[in-house]
Structures are given as structure tokens and as C-alpha cells.
Design a protein around this ligand. Structure first.
Ligand code: HEC
Length: 195
């Protein structure tokens, strides 16, 4: 991910917010930021970074050495993009890191995705409002290259990787996923610019 593009994204967000703050109420047709578009850019940027860092780490250190690289919060990109105004998280019902457990708002959206998935429907990203925050949720579907760490012990996960995971995450809940499963969801939370 190009750093300048990141700054551009952040700049656009800030510009959008300050424009809506500086106009007088009489003349404003308050235009809300396009949370979906911004959310998608942030998710893409974060995922690209994650993917590249993870891939490089697997090549260098093997899958077991790369285990800690799936931590979204470990990346400078999150620090760059996340701010007081934007939070980037991944949430999962069956989580590896307890910090990624759903809260009550997340649980509602999780059910929407899980129900659609069970019915064989397509999963639509969603905007959910909560007090002064706007959350953008997007499903994360398990892919073939994820099973080395989220699949089944013995079949997909080697003994060495399993023991690394167990030592770092003694209460791991994030194994036994199959390709195509709903693995988690991105949650990009924006502080609403309505003042
Ligand atoms: C090298 C091992 C490894 C690979 C490969 C991997 N993950 Fe993970 N994944 C982890 C670890 C370790 C965590 C816990 C990270 C943390 O502490 O936040 C995790 C956490 C997650 C989470 C956050 C929820 C949770 O369980 O805590 C999601 C969602 C996730 N992974 C999805 C994926 C997807 C999708 C892929 C494939 C594109 C993938 N992972 C590939 C090791 C891996």
C-alpha cells in the first residue's frame, strides 16, 4: 500500500469533515462522508498490508514464525489510518484473540451475516449507527491460504504451527474453519461529523 494513497484517503476524510463543519446551517445540505467507499479503501489497504507482511513472513520464518503476523493491530498502517475518528477492527464469533470478540452491536450484525450465509444468500456489507459512531461492517470469508492457521489440526495445520498457536492463544477458538466459511468481519468505526 502506497503511503501517499493513505494520506490521500485520510486527507479526503478530514477535508470532508471540515467542509461540513465550516458551512453555515442555512446553506448546508450536509453531505455525509461516503462511509462505504472510505471503509472499503481502509479495508483494502489494511488487508493488502496484512497479506504482504504475512506472505513475506511465511517465506522467511515459515508458517509457525508468521503466526503473530495476523494481528491487524500490529501494523503501522492501523496506527496511521486509525485515529480518534476512525477505528479499525476485526471481529469474530469464534475468535483466536479475545480482543476480537463481538460486542452486543457486533453480535447483531454477525447474526445478519451468519443467517444470510446459512441461507446461501450473498453477504452485503452494512452501515450500522450507534450513538455518535457509524460502523461499516464487511464479512471476511476464509480462503484456501488461511487454512494453515485456521483449518484443522493434522490436516491443514502442522504440529509445529499448532503448538505455536496454542502457546500464544491457549483458548483459541479459530480453528476448524473451511474455505468459504464466514471467518470474521471487518469493523471500521467512524466518529460522526455532525457538529
Ligand atoms: C500464519 C498464521 C495465520 C494465517 C495464514 C492466517 N491467520 Fe488469521 N489469525 C492468526 C492469528 C495468530 C490470529 C490472532 C491475531 C491477534 O492476536 O489479533 C488471527 C486472527 C484472525 C482474525 C481475527 C479474529 C480472531 O480470531 O482473533 C481473522 C478475522 C482472521 N485471522 C482471518 C484470517 C484470514 C481470512 C486468513 C487468510 C486470508 C488468515 N486469517 C490467515 C493466524 C493466521
Amino acid at each position: 500500500m502506497n503511503k501517499y494513497l493513505l494520506f490521500f484517503i485520510i486527507g479526503s476524510i478530514i477535508a470532508g469533515i471540515s467542509v461540513s463543519c465550516s458551512q453555515s446551517p442555512a446553506t448546508v445540505t450536509t453531505k455525509e462522508p461516503d462511509y462505504r467507499r472510505i471503509g472499503d479503501s481502509i479495508i483494502k489497504a489494511t488487508f493488502d498490508t496484512l497479506r504482504h507482511t504475512l506472505g513475506a513472513s511465511i517465506q522467511r520464518d515459515g508458517v509457525e514464525g508468521a503466526v503473530q503476523f495476523c494481528n491487524v493491530n500490529a501494523y503501522p498502517i492501523t496506527a496511521t489510518l486509525a485515529s480518534e475518528n476512525i477505528l479499525i477492527r476485526r471481529v469474530a464469533n469464534r475468535y483466536r484473540n479475545p480482543q476480537n470478540a463481538p460486542d452486543s452491536t457486533d453480535a447483531v450484525q454477525w447474526n445478519v451475516f451468519a443467517t444470510a450465509k446459512a441461507a446461501g444468500d450473498s453477504l452485503q456489507p452494512a452501515i450500522v449507527r450507534e450513538n455518535d459512531r457509524v460502523h461499516y461492517y464487511k464479512p471476511i470469508i476464509l480462503q484456501a491460504n488461511c487454512t494453515v492457521c485456521h483449518g484443522t489440526n493434522g490436516k491443514d495445520i502442522s504440529p509445529a504451527v499448532a503448538s505455536t498457536i496454542d502457546s500464544l492463544y491457549p483458548n483459541d477458538n479459530a480453528k476448524d474453519f473451511a474455505v468459504g466459511d464466514l471467518r470474521g468481519m471487518w469493523k471500521i468505526s467512524f466518529l460522526q461529523a455532525n457538529h
